[in-house]
Write a protein that binds this ligand. Structure first.
Ligand SMILES: Nc1ncnc2c1ncn2[C@@H]1O[C@H](COP(=O)(O)OP(=O)(O)OP(=O)(O)O)[C@@H](O)[C@H]1O
Ligand code: SF4
Ligand SMILES: [Mg+2]
Length: 417
């Protein structure tokens, strides 16, 4: 029987990578039509991923964030093995993951998809689905399959009677719980969640985020959580990796990233989070224009056509991810300051950014006041983060941070957070 502790006892966070991608690229060759040939100029290949280095540490939630088309799903699919990288390597627990994974290698990295409606087979009951998986991967003896299935359902906030039901009998949030149950049933080491809340009602999103946080705590799962909105992962993830046009452009602990973003793109993503009672948006860094085409990636720093801090060197220098330097500088008003950034001596690689001006764009740059204060009331309310327009300003007065509901009644719409 499988002895992995994936859905057993929890483990603490360590810095040993449970999954590591190195120099991963993905190029898609597109079919060429006769018209394309006649035009000659039509592009025939695009670069979805361009040299990705990323580590998922054991027991952590790492958020992967970026605009649409930045390559998040492509990377997620490569990590889970459903898409093959053009070049690059993957290691799990320090061992090379083969291109063609065997049953056990596949079991260890599971995926939760964005759309809980299409990701479940409507003709198979929840009980049959779990039974099939538990037997296929020999998770428990046959006689214990039903008890184990109930245990898994309880872990995701569902009751025993869900065993006999079919996906169509559940609400969207409950279907996503079932999809999560399917993923954790085989006791994976790693869960890759590709925008698992973005297809759900706003009122349900916080309950599913809370479920991921609980699974990390209770099972010691390592989770890569893909989102296009930084606000969604603020309370869930320990670290954040920011993606832009096929590259990772910044990685840092979540608090450090929000306080002290060192890449202008990250800063713009943070500034784009609507916040209650925030000052005028005019002094924020707005993100201009659409991302460039992956068919035609800009020279130098790929962000330079949209970057308000671009200088001539940015058009020719393609910056690699590098530890952000300590900032020595002068605060507005003339006082000297030394940054005590998290990228200190003990954690030299804790905060990395791909920007030749990352030192200047630190927390003492006159143009860069700390992006978000941790006690900003908007950041203590998951429901505000998820849908700022639903909460009027007076709702925040004197209200303690709200804990989202942890579970939902089976076969009924889930309650609002
Ligand atoms: N099978 C494919 N064939 C050709 N191009 C593809 C394929 N899959 C993805 N792409 C392209 O690769 C780039 C990255 O796509 P990907 O789906 O990974 O982005 P994403 O960050 O997940 O975006 P979204 O937030 O919209 O889900 C896009 O330009 C996309 O059009
Ligand atoms: S390298 Fe230049 S263009 Fe790129 S993010 Fe930094 S300042 Fe902007
Ligand atoms: Mg995607």
């Amino acid at each position: 029987m499988n002895t992995s502790t994936g859905t057993g006892t929890g483990t603490g966070t360590s810095t040993a990578p449970v999954l590591r991608a190195e120099a991963v690229t993905k190029r898609y060759q597109l079919p060429v039509t006769v018209i394309d040939r006649m035009r000659r100029s039509a592009p025939t290949a695009l670069t979805a991923l361009d040299g990705i280095d990323l580590e998922l540490r054991r027991g952590e939630v790492l958020a992967l964030v970026g605009e649409s088309g930045s390559g998040k799903s492509t990377l997620a699919k490569i990590l889970v093995g459903s898409v093959t990288a053009t070049t690059g390597t993957l290691d799990a627990d320090g061992e090379r993951v083969p291109v063609h994974r065997d049953k056990d290698a596949s079991r260890r990295i599971q995926m939760v998809f964005q759309d809980p409606y299409s990701s479940l087979n409507p003709r198979i009951s929840v009980g049959s689905m779990l039974r099939e998986l538990l037997l296929l991967h020999r998770i428990v003896p046959r006689a214990e399959v039903r008890a184990e299935s109930i245990r898994i359902l309880n872990l995701v906030g569902l009751e025993e009677d869900a065993l006999d039901a079919y996906p169509s009998q559940f609400s969207g949030g409950q279907r996503q719980r079932i999809a999560i149950a399917r993923a954790i049933a085989v006791r994976p080491d790693v869960l890759i969640a590709d925008e698992p809340v973005s297809a759900l009602d706003v009122s349900v999103q916080a309950t599913i985020l809370e479920l991921f946080a609980r699974l990390q705590r209770e099972l010691g799962l390592s989770i890569l959580f893909v989102a296009h909105n930084l606000a969604v992962v603020q309370h869930l993830s320990q670290r954040v990796a920011v993606m832009y046009l096929g590259r990772i452009v910044e990685v840092a602990d979540t608090d450090e990233l929000f306080r002290n973003p060192r890449h202008p793109y990250t800063r713009a993503l943070i500034d784009s989070i609507p916040r209650m009672g925030a000052e005028s948006v005019t002094d924020r860094l707005a993100l201009q224009g659409d991302p460039p085409s992956p068919f035609d990636i800009p020279t130098g720093c790929r962000f330079h056509p949209r970057c308000p801090y671009a200088i001539d060197a940015c058009r020719t220098t393609d910056p690699a991810l590098a530890p952000v330097p300590l900032v020595l500088g002068t605060r507005p008003g003339g006082t000297s300051a030394v940054s005590t950034s998290a990228a200190g001596a003990d954690s030299a690689d804790a905060h990395v950014a791909a920007c030749i001006r990352s030192a200047e764009l630190g927390d003492v740059d006159p143009l860069h006041e700390p992006a978000i204060e941790p006690d900003d009331p908007a950041l203590t309310r998951p429901d505000v983060l998820l849908d700022p327009e639903r909460v009027v300003e007076s709702d925040l007065d004197g209200v303690a941070p709200a804990a989202p509901a942890a579970s939902a009644a089976h076969h009924q719409e889930e309650p609002s957070a």
